[in-house]
Design a protein around this ligand. Structure first.
Ligand SMILES: C[S@@+](CC[C@H](N)C(=O)[O-])C[C@H]1O[C@@H](n2cnc3c(N)ncnc32)[C@H](O)[C@@H]1O
Length: 227
């Protein structure tokens, strides 16, 4: 099953499952929100949430910046439908679009801030990820900022093994041994995280002028990049 179908099928259970498989789900999203530093008093700030899913991050940000204009982008309609409902009290547009589609990304206009949580690792292939990051760069206004939270791959065999064991032990709190094994197999097939180094490389290639690791906990990291 492809990524779009997977998320369309699991939209209703997405957040519950995320909390069962991702030990730092809520904590890391809050860390991303804390990393945002924008002045919404000056002008109408435009914020894009790439791979917004059910809009959990979009809503957390909207609570802090209620006057901003939000666009949530995702290619899974069922995830977006939940985001739409959750964002009904804010200025929010849901865009059903693939982040790899350069033309559609350009049609969104320019943003002061682009965010993404747990989305980019779903894109398979380094070349494809580069297209996504290039499109994000193009969608930013001059001096705009991109903040991304995602899974990261271990830098070597030792770290990869450590991450897998950490993940396995967390899953065992909710699932039995057989289910845990199946989860690890499934996520190894579906997910394609990059090392922190590769994430920096992709951002530099896209022309971001400064990049910074602002938070890391085990296999999760938040990176900030400025245009
Ligand atoms: C793991 S969910 C993350 C959702 C949300 N950002 C969060 O933190 O809960 C990944 C989302 O990325 C979307 N996605 C994956 N690849 C995409 C692509 N190429 N274009 C647009 N959306 C994509 C999926 O449909 C899914 O909703």
């Amino acid at each position: 099953m492809d990524t779009k179908h997977t998320f369309n099928n699991e939209a209703e259970d997405y957040e519950q499952t995320s909390r069962a498989v991702n030990i730092f789900f809520d904590e890391s999203l809050q860390e991303l929100v804390n990393a945002i530093n924008i002045n919404t008093k000056k002008q109408k700030v435009r914020i894009l949430d790439v791979c917004c899913g059910t809009g959990i991050l979009t809503q957390l940000v909207a609570k802090q910046y209620p006057k901003a204009e939000f666009v949530g982008l995702d290619f899974a309609e069922n995830m977006l439908a939940i985001a739409k409902t959750r964002m009904e009290n804010y200025t929010f547009t849901a865009k059903c679009c693939d982040v790899l589609d350069t033309e559609q990304m350009l049609a969104l206009g320019k943003f002061d801030l682009i965010l993404s949580s747990f989305g980019i690792h779903n894109i398979h292939g380094c070349a494809e990820k580069q297209i996504a990051i290039n499109n994000i760069f193009s969608a930013l206004k001059p001096n705009g900022e991109y903040i991304v939270l995602d899974y990261i791959k271990g830098k070597d065999k030792k770290e990869c093994k450590y991450f897998t064991n950490y993940f396995k032990n967390f899953l065992l709190r909710t699932y039995n041994k057989k289910q845990t094994k199946e989860w690890i197999k499934l996520l190894a097939e579906e997910d394609e995280p990059e090392t922190i180094q590769n994430n920096f490389k992709l951002l530099k290639n896209a022309n971001f002028k400064s990049t910074k690791l602002i938070w890391q906990k085990e296999y999760l990291a938040i990176i900030q990049a400025k245009k």
